[in-house]
Design a protein around this ligand. Structure first.
Ligand code: UT7
Length: 329
C-alpha cells in the first residue's frame, strides 16, 4: 500500500505586518530585511484565535477539494509549536471543529520540521494498511510567541498553516517514496522558547524577562540549515538514483531566502525547480511547507508523476528530506 497526497490547501490570515510597519517597531529597515531574508511581509492572526483556527480553515479546503466527508478521516495529525493550549493536543480541537467523528489524532512538535515529520508518520500508518485517509496539518501562530522588541526574531516569523490529505493507493509508483530525518540536540541552545514548559514554568519573572518568546542565534542556525538541507537532499537523491534534472520541484522550508538559494545551488537546481514564497509570509514554522506546496499546486507547477523533494530544518536541531512522486493530475 502506498500513501499519496490527494489534496492540498492552506490558510493565511488577512492582516499583514509589512517591513515598513516593523521599521516603526524596532531598529531595522525594509532594505535590510529584504536583502538579508527576502521577506517583505508576514501575516498576523490577531487576538482570540489560536493555531487550530488556521488548521481547520486549511483542512476544510482540503476536504472540499477532495470531496471528502470529515467522518471519512481515520487520523488527524497537527504539527505545531504553538498549540492552542499546552494540553490537550490541538488535534482534538481540529477534530471537533471539523466534526470528524470517526478518527483519532495527536500533535507533533518538531518545530519547523513538524509538517514533514507528520507526513512521514502518516504515510507509515497508511503503508501498514492500518489507515486509509489521514489529514496532515502544519500550522503555527508565531506571533503568539514573539517579542516585537527583538529585531533578531520578530521580523522573520509569521502566522499561517496548510494541510494535505494523505490516502491509501495501490498505484505502486506514486506518493511518498522515502524520507531521511535527523535530530541533533546540540542545537537546542541556538533556537528555543525557554519558559512555559516543565523545565521553567511560567512565573512573573519569566513573563517580565520575555522567556516565553523565541530566542535565536541566527548565524549558527543559518550555517546548519544550509549544510544539512543540501546534504540530506543530495543523500536522498543518491539513494533513489535521482539526479538534479530528475527533480521537478524542491519545496524547502521557508526560513530565509538566502538559505533557500544556497541550498538550491548546492543541489544544482534552477530557479524554476524551487518553490519560494517567503517574501509574502516569512517563516510560518510548521506552516511553510504545506503553504508552499498548496501555492505551487494552485499555480500548476507539478503534475502527476513528478518527483518532489521536501526539505526542512528547524529548532532542535531537527532536519530532513522527504521524496515523493506527485499523484494529482
Ligand atoms: O526555522 C528556523 C528559524 N530561524 C532561522 O532560520 C534563522 C537563520 N538565520 C538568519 O536568517 C539570519 O542569521 C538572520 C536574518 C537572523 C540575521 O542575518 P545575518 O546576515 O546573520 O545578520 P547578522 O546577525 O550577522 O547581522 C549583520 C548586521 C549587524 O551589523 P554589523 O555588526 O555588521 O554592523 C547587525 O547588527 O546587521 C545588523 N542587524 C540588523 N540590522 C537591521 C542584525 N539584525 C538586524 C535587523 N535590522 N533586524
Amino acid at each position: 500500500m502506498r500513501a499519496i497526497i490527494t489534496g492540498v490547501g492552506h490558510f493565511v490570515p488577512t492582516q499583514k505586518l509589512t517591513n515598513k510597519d516593523l521599521e516603526k517597531m524596532v531598529e531595522t529597515s525594509d532594505e535590510w530585511i529584504v536583502s538579508r531574508t527576502g521577506i517583505k511581509e508576514r501575516r498576523i492572526l490577531g487576538k482570540d484565535k489560536g493555531t487550530s483556527y488556521m488548521a481547520v480553515k486549511a483542512a476544510k479546503k482540503v476536504l472540499k477539494q477532495t470531496n471528502t466527508a470529515a467522518d471519512e478521516l481515520d487520523l488527524i495529525i497537527v504539527a505545531t509549536s504553538t498549540p492552542d493550549m499546552l494540553v490537550p493536543p490541538t488535534a482534538t480541537s481540529v477534530q471537533s471543529k471539523l466534526n470528524a467523528t470517526k478518527c483519532w489524532g495527536f500533535d507533533i512538535n518538531a518545530a519547523c520540521s513538524g509538517f514533514v515529520y507528520a507526513l512521514a508518520t502518516a504515510s507509515t500508518f497508511i503503508e501498514t494498511g492500518k489507515h486509509k485517509k489521514v489529514m496532515v496539518i502544519g500550522a503555527d501562530k508565531m506571533s503568539a510567541i514573539l517579542n516585537y522588541e527583538d529585531r533578531n526574531t520578530c521580523l522573520i516569523f509569521g502566522d499561517g498553516g496548510g494541510a494535505v490529505l494523505l490516502e491509501a493507493s495501490d498505484e505502486d509508483d506514486l506518493g511518498v517514496e522515502d524520507f531521511i530525518f535527523h535530530i541533533d540536540g546540540s542545537g537546542m541552545k541556538y533556537l528555543n522558547v525557554p519558559a512555559g514548559g516543565s523545565l521553567m514554568p511560567a512565573s512573573h519573572e519569566t513573563v517580565d524577562n520575555k522567556k516565553h518568546c523565541v530566542y535565536q542565534e541566527g548565524k549558527r542556525i543559518f550555517k546548519y540549515a544550509v549544510t544539512e538541507m543540501a546534504d540530506i537532499s543530495l543523500k536522498i537523491m543518491k539513494k533513489n538514483k535521482l539526479e538534479n534534472k530528475d527533480i521537478k520541484l524542491l519545496i524547502p522550508h521557508q526560513a530565509n531566502r538566502r538559505i533557500i538559494d544556497a541550498v538550491s545551488k548546492k543541489i544544482g537546481l534552477g530557479d524554476d525547480q524551487v518553490v519560494i514564497n517567503i517574501e509574502k509570509y516569512g517563516n510560518t514554522t510548521a506552516g511553510t511547507i504545506p503553504i508552499a506546496m498548496s501555492e505551487a499546486y494552485q499555480k500548476k507547477m507539478m503534475k502527476k508523476g513528478d518527483w518532489i523533494i521536501i526539505s526542512t530544518f528547524g529548532a532542535g536541531f531537527t532536519s530532513g528530506s522527504l521524496l515523493l512522486k506527485w499523484a494529482i493530475d
